[in-house]
Design a protein around this ligand. Structure first.
Ligand code: FAD
Ligand code: NAD
Length: 404
């Protein structure tokens, strides 16, 4: 019998962490491992709001996959998955077809569109490295083409739809970057409007309300206008239609940025695995129900807490899942069928508000703000790099500059 073949789909946090953990734990002849990803690089999704605002260069966020994997143990295939068939044990890629003995699905998230008319055509987002780049270029192009005076002058209006974690972190970076953008393109800052439209009565709903209030005040002081309890209903090329308590209004937009939530990769819907809009309610050992050889992890997996609530999809949870998935695969390679159950260890949540402030909830619900929170956020970012690529990656890509 040949070596068992493990195929890992996606090299985001889930896929790359599974791959690098497996290559540490398995010997050369234990398994044949293939890692499939659209691009030749992994990107730090949790940094994309910085790329999108232009406060961090795109290249800092991207890490070449061949720098992370040992080619003797893992074969990297740059290709796009088009179909998964778990009954036939077949994976279709654009350029070839694969089969497997064990599959790890780690294809991540897509922006949730809620079927809002015009959203796909006229909104910008920051769910992938390429989307973040396009967003930054489009906003910059609005500044580059803006004229301060003239009969038809309107404010340059940047509207953010969704004031959750992603929206708030982007606004923090954008407000940091605003004066640079204005200077570079000779735009008067008083001619720029930044509006956030949030459906819930608070920003970051579900998070600590005091911290949410702090974030909102911080951003308001930097010129952001919040429209709370207001839903985006329609998106057009240069305006959006919003609705608040039955009243409908049009808001003109120079750029409309959508950051109102995520969903699992649509590929999961036709995989044959039972799912809800692509999200797979996995077993305790992270396997798909009914498929002893298929693991689903990261933002494609739906995991319930002991209180019966679903955990929000985060990188923190994804990294923990990948380690359990890898150690369960090692067990299976060794013929041990008693797999480990996944338990989420919540190490707290920190959200940045640009370079000069951050908020968070850490160790037993202690709140943190300001410099402490900024330092903690950098430690988290650096720890992820270390986990993925050890000291060499940390020294190459790490964030060490404080309070700039
Ligand atoms: P992804 O990161 O989406 O990776 C999926 C990978 O699969 C990508 O490499 C993609 O290119 C590849 N792929 C997708 N489709 C295909 C295909 N068809 N074929 C081949 N390859 C494919 N969470 C936190 O815990 N802390 C944070 O501070 C934080 N900040 C965030 C900031 C932003 C701006 C965003 C958008 C999210 C943030 N999150 C944060 C959430 C976190 O990024 C996600 O939970 C995490 O990225 C999920 O990891 P993943 O590996 O499942 O998916
Ligand atoms: P989210 O679900 O956290 O927030 C989306 C927001 O959009 C919500 O506040 C929601 O009320 C709002 N919304 C939904 N529909 C709307 C509409 N039609 N009009 C106006 N507002 C609308 O999603 P996200 O911010 O994209 O984050 C995605 C995931 O990534 C979450 O699990 C989040 O926890 C995680 N994340 C974590 C961090 C961090 O820990 N620092 C940072 C970014 C993202």
């Amino acid at each position: 019998m040949g070596k068992p073949r493990i195929v890992i789909l996606g090299a985001g946090y889930a896929g790359i962490m599974t791959a690098v953990t497996l290559q540490k734990k398995l010997r050369l002849d234990d398994a044949e491992i293939q890692l499939i990803n659209k691009h030749a690089y992994h990107y730090q999704t949790t940094w994309l709001h910085e790329n999108a605002a232009g406060t961090l260069a795109d290249e800092r966020t991207k890490i070449a996959i061949d720098q992370l994997i040992d080619p003797r143990k893992i074969e990297f295939i740059q290709d796009t998955v088009t179909h998964i068939d778990v009954d036939e044990k077949k994976i279709n890629l654009v350029q070839s077809e694969l089969d497997y003995d064990y599959l790890v699905v780690a294809l991540g998230f897509e922006m949730e569109t809620f079927q809002i008319p015009g959203l796909k055509e006229y909104s910008l987002s920051m769910g992938t490295s390429n989307q973040a780049k396009i967003l930054r270029e489009q906003v910059e192009s609005q500044f580059a083409t803006y004229t301060n005076t003239g009969a038809n002058t309107h404010p340059l209006t940047i509207v953010v739809g969704g004031g959750g974690f992603t929206g708030v972190e982007y606004l923090g970076e954008l407000t940091d970057q605003l004066s640079n953008l204005c200077k570079a393109h000779n735009v008067k800052q008083e001619n720029v409007k930044i509006i956030t439209v949030e459906a819930a009565p608070t920003v970051m709903p579900g998070f600590d309300s005091e911290l949410g209030e702090y974030a909102m005040q911080y951003l308001e002081e930097r010129g952001v206008e919040f429209r709370l309890g207001t839903k985006v209903k329609i998106v057009k090329r240069d305006y959006i239609v919003v609705e608040k308590a039955g009243a409908v209004e049009e808001i003109p937009t120079s750029a409309f940025i959508w950051s109102a939530g995520v969903r699992a990769n649509k590929i999961m819907e036709k995989s044959g695995i039972s799912n809800n809009k692509g999200s797979v309610k996995v077993n305790a050992d992270l396997r798909a129900p009914g498929y002893h050889n298929v693991f689903v992890i990261g933002d494609c997996a739906l995991i319930y807490s002991e209180d019966g609530e679903t955990y929000p999809p985060t990188a923190q949870m994804t990294m923990q899942e990948a380690k359990v998935c890898a150690s369960n695969l090692v067990k299976l390679m060794k013929g041990d069928v008693n797999l480990d159950a996944f338990y989420f260890k919540d190490r707290g949540t920190i959200a940045s508000l640009g370079r000069k402030d951050a908020i968070g909830n850490i160790f037993n619900n202690r709140k943190t703000f300001g410099k402490e929170a900024i330092v903690l956020k950098q430690i988290i970012d650096n720890r992820v790099l270390y986990q993925i690529g050890g000291w060499p990656l940390l020294f190459k890509k790490g964030k060490f500059k404080l309070f700039h």
